[in-house]
Write a protein that binds this ligand. Structure first.
Ligand code: CP
Length: 314
């Protein structure tokens, strides 16, 4: 397993068989936790230290890493409020991660804006690094939990038709998902307004739908994305939220055309009424909360590999 005792920065790193091993371990952790409310007993060595350095806001990624670390018996040190860190005194993020690494955690989960340049420091750090969401580049642990959720509900990822809807241009989640889902044999397409059409090379050959209704009819899985308004500030997008909602919000009218056994995903945070309607969020086909639950176990499995923990049973 190439993930053992190493960093995890991109979905590209994983082979099909490694994804299978990771998901097998996540399933073991999830079923064990459901039965016994603990997985700590499955892990032999659990005194390692995980640092979390989050220079952008997060609820799901940060807390699920904390929860999964707790389940594995790891100790966690967190820097997640830049205003009370020495960043506020002028230290760069690049130097901040160097200094946290100098404290010798066993691994560090990082989240920051690509523009912060902190990525430059990552290769030289002495601990394993896990990408917890870097700018508009990648968010590979989100892609893993998305693929795991698809497999959980549809029994497979291969052959699934995944429609990604919305702000694809600014979405690190979409980038990581495209790499991972294609590797797992899914067909990926997107539906986005002109302002949010992805420009990276990896998207050039990807199918796109001008009509949301046509895309919904085609899909077995719909993945909504958050409209990333904080990333529109500098360039502007020439599209109002009202215009976006009018054409791209998924509501009951669109779901009339969606497969009865289809599922709806969203990495969160969902901005109600803009990406999904309240009705969609209460629909049985909407698996957003399942994604969040699965994130804990997928991240626990990932941490166990990255930290080289010995796990009984998987
Ligand atoms: N999906 C995701 O990254 O959510 P958070 O920003 O809350 O971590």
């Amino acid at each position: 397993m190439s993930l053992s005792n190493t960093s995890f920065l991109t979905s590209e790193q994983l082979t099909r068989s490694e994804i299978d091993q990771l998901f097998q371990r996540a399933r073991l952790f999830k079923s064990e936790y459901a039965e016994k409310k603990t997985i700590e007993h499955l892990v032999k060595e659990s005194h390692k230290i995980l640092a979390l350095v989050f220079a952008e806001p997060s609820t799901r990624t940060r807390m699920s890493f904390q929860m999964s670390a707790a389940q594995l018996g790891l100790r966690v040190a967190i820097l997640d409020n830049p205003s009370v860190a020495s960043l506020s005194k002028g230290e760069t993020l690049e130097d901040t991660v160097r200094n946290v690494a100098a404290m010798q955690p066993d691994a560090m989960v990082v989240r920051f804006n690509k523009d912060a340049d902190a990525e430059k420091a990552l290769p030289e750090l002495s601990c394993h690094i896990i990408n917890g969401g870097i700018g508009t580049e990648e968010h590979p642990t989100q892609a893993l939990l998305d693929a795991y959720t698809i497999q959980e509900f549809h029994g497979k990822v291969e052959g699934e038709k995944i429609l990604i809807v919305g702000d694809v241009l600014h979405s690190r989640v979409a980038n990581s998902n495209l790499l991972l889902l294609q590797k797992m044999g899914a067909e990926v397409a997107y539906c986005a307004p002109e302002a949010f059409v992805p420009q990276k090379e990896q998207w050039k050959e990807v199918k796109s739908f001008a009509s949301l209704e046509e895309g919904v009819k085609w899909a077995s899985v719909i993945m909504g994305l958050r409209v990333q308004r904080e990333r529109h500030v500098d360039q502007g997008v020439g599209l109002s939220i009202a215009e976006y909602r009018e054409k791209y919000r998924i509501g009951g009218d669109q779901l009339k055309f969606f497969a009865k056994d289809g599922i709806l995903l969203h990495p969160g945070p969902v901005i109600r009424g803009i990406e999904f309607s309240d009705y969609v969020l209460s629909e049985p086909r909407c698996k957003v909360r399942d994604q969040v639950t699965n994130g804990v176990f997928v991240r626990a499995a990932l941490l166990s590999f990255v930290l080289g923990l010995e796990v009984q049973g998987a």
